[in-house]
Design a protein around this ligand. Structure first.
Ligand code: XMP
Length: 254
């Protein structure tokens, strides 16, 4: 089943739009693994997927202790997203995607800036073959995002000046991406991207809480999933915090 549909079904079944970014601060690998297992165990009923980043892959190892977390997430029926932001030449990109998919991840993030031919095409091919997903960065959540994603680009053929993120959103449609990332810190960008995507490609929105993004603004402007890291992982009570975000999202959409 395409990753887009997997996410839709799980999100409905769990009545949650929350994706946990399982990001922990540096620690010794044994403590790190235990902390990650504990948080995942505490919040799994309130989330619809888990997103990994280098915080755990680097110290724990993709084919080593990370596998224990992959197994734990699978036990809870949670899809796994690797936020690796693939951004290289095609041969390298394919290798990166193959490793993450072989290791049990269901989707990877990638940067559309590298283009299709000998860029992201091999990633989409591997994903299709293995029935996995590719999520494209369209407008990032951090303060400096405007320097890249917010640039205006001159189209020589039409003479139009187009914002970079609109071009990326159009590529997401053309390449049949399973999702795009737009920061919750920029609700107006979510709205603009949603106008291009028209619900065909779901918007994943990081930046809720710690980075200043607001649940209601993200969802009302068109985000489908909320990616939340430190607000949950650094909370005194991760389960209660995750539940609170899940319920707040339900209220916004009711
Ligand atoms: P916090 O702690 O800020 O963590 O809730 C957010 C998580 O999401 C990642 N992140 C992004 N990933 N595009 C992405 O693909 C983005 O614009 C973006 N902003 C944040 C971040 O690395 C962390 O894992």
């Amino acid at each position: 089943m395409p990753f887009k549909l997997v996410m839709e079904q799980i999100s409905k079944r769990k009545n949650s739009r929350v994706i946990l970014a399982l990001d922990l601060q540096p620690d010794n690998p044994e403590t790190l693994l235990k902390k990650a297992q504990k948080i995942l165990g505490a919040v799994h009923m309130h989330i619809c997927a888990v997103k990994f980043n280098r915080h755990l892959i680097l110290p724990l190892g993709l084919y080593n202790d990370v596998q224990r977390l992959v197994d734990q997430a699978k036990k809870y029926d949670l899809p796994l997203i690797m936020d690796c932001k693939i951004n290289d030449i095609g041969n390298t990109n394919r290798t990166i995607a193959e490793h993450y998919f072989k290791a049990g991840f269901d989707a990877v993030t990638a940067n559309p800036l590298v283009g299709w031919q000998d860029g992201l095409q091999p990633v989409f091919e591997v994903a299709e073959k293995m029935q996995h997903g590719v999520i494209l960065l369209v407008y990032m959540s951090h303060r400096g995002a405007w320097e890249g994603y917010g640039q205006k680009v001159f189209n020589e053929n039409t003479g139009e000046i187009i914002p970079q993120h609109r071009i990326f959103a159009e590529k997401a449609l053309e390449w049949k991406a399973d999702g795009v990332v737009v920061g919750s810190t920029y609700p107006s960008k979510i709205q603009e991207v949603q106008l291009t995507l028209k619900n065909e490609v779901p918007i994943y929105s990081p930046g809720i809480g710690t980075q200043g993004g607001i649940i209601e603004a993200a969802l009302k402007n068109g985000a489908k999933y909320l990616i939340v890291g430190r607000t949950i992982t650094l909370s005194q009570d991760p389960s209660k915090t995750a539940e609170g975000i899940k319920l707040a999202a339900q209220t916004c959409l009711s």
